[in-house]
Design a protein. Structure first.
Length: 186
């Protein structure tokens, strides 16, 4: 709503935006992914994330103006997970920490995808590039704070061979993920 006001100088209500999103879902242009509190094991009523069902139609509709490769790769991974029959949510890991002054802080870390198929589950981070150790730690942070035994993955566009780190997180290339329908099976 604020973006419409500041960029386009248009006032638009939350109900109008919600109606547009519902229509886009009904015509299969976008899909809604709900946020899930991994530690609390419950869905949370915070803004959902939306993914385009067809990236080609998305790009054509916006005349190829917004080309953010990281978002496109995340959307591509989401679509592939849905095609594989998985139920896909956006995960949230809540951390209670203390700052330098000793005051309690509550931080929410996002897990790009919580994928469920019956009693099976896995967690996936989409990370286009991992150029520095700091970026690698950032992508790992939410995954290593999940205290269960389900498999955790980081999918990247970097030309790497699949490997598992000391924390049990599997790193793999996006092409391996897309081309091998069993890439999430351990």
């Amino acid at each position: 709503m604020n973006t419409f006001k500041s960029v386009k100088n248009i006032s638009i209500s939350l109900n109008t935006i919600s109606s547009f999103l519902e229509i886009l879902q009904e015509v299969f242009m976008i899909e809604k992914s709900i946020r899930y509190d991994i530690k609390g094991k419950k869905y949370i009523d915070t803004p959902a994330k939306y993914y385009f069902s067809d990236l080609g139609l998305r790009n054509a509709r916006i005349n190829f103006r917004q080309y953010e490769i990281t978002h496109l790769m995340e959307n591509l991974i989401y679509n592939e997970l849905v095609i594989r029959g998985l139920l896909v949510d956006v995960g949230v890991v809540v951390l209670n920490t203390k700052n330098e002054d000793g005051k309690s802080q509550r931080k929410q870390l996002e897990v790009d995808f919580v994928c469920n198929e019956g009693s099976k589950r896995c967690y996936i981070q989409s990370a286009f590039r991992l150029p520095t150790e700091e970026k690698r730690k950032q992508e790992l942070r939410s995954l290593i704070h999940i205290n269960d035994n389900f498999q955790k993955f980081i999918i990247t566009d970097e030309p790497i061979k699949r490997y598992q780190n000391d924390d049990g997180v599997i790193f793999m290339n996006v092409y391996e993920f897309l081309l091998d329908k069993d890439s999430l099976k351990v």
